[in-house]
Design a protein around this ligand. Sequence first.
Ligand code: OFO
Length: 162
Amino acid sequence: MISPKIQDLLNAQLNREYSSSYAYLAMAAYVESESLVGFAHWLRVQHREELEHALKFYDYINAQNGRVTLAAIDQPRAEYKSVFEVFQKVLEHEKYITRSVNEIYGAAEAEKDYATKTFLSWFVSEQVEEESEAQLMVDKLAMIGDSKGSLLYLDKEAKKRE
Ligand code: OFO
């Protein structure tokens, strides 16, 4: 059993996960248009992970006899200046998602909703990983600057993401 407030917060997060997924797919489309297929692969893996996150919220709301409500997904940004900008946005976005997960966790804590806190613990840990992976990409891209050769090397590396 979850309160109407927690249900609303979880549904809003479900929507954010789908928005994240859609935004990362749009980023993949941009880098793919620049022939950077490795970075596109990395972003498509991220896209898939976000779909899985969304479904975790879907399943949890249902398991608590709540009501899933699906809202509209914002149109994602299509154009970027560079791959570096793309990954800066990924990092920025993940920090925003971390804040939203923490807010729901705080609301669950205030209501002594231990089940929701336990459910969200997975996301709290996952966000540490999400931010760290995005930060690593930003750092590497900052390091290589304008070197096309290094960019192609990183593109190849990004292709290895599972
Ligand atoms: Fe679902 O963690 Fe990224 O957004």
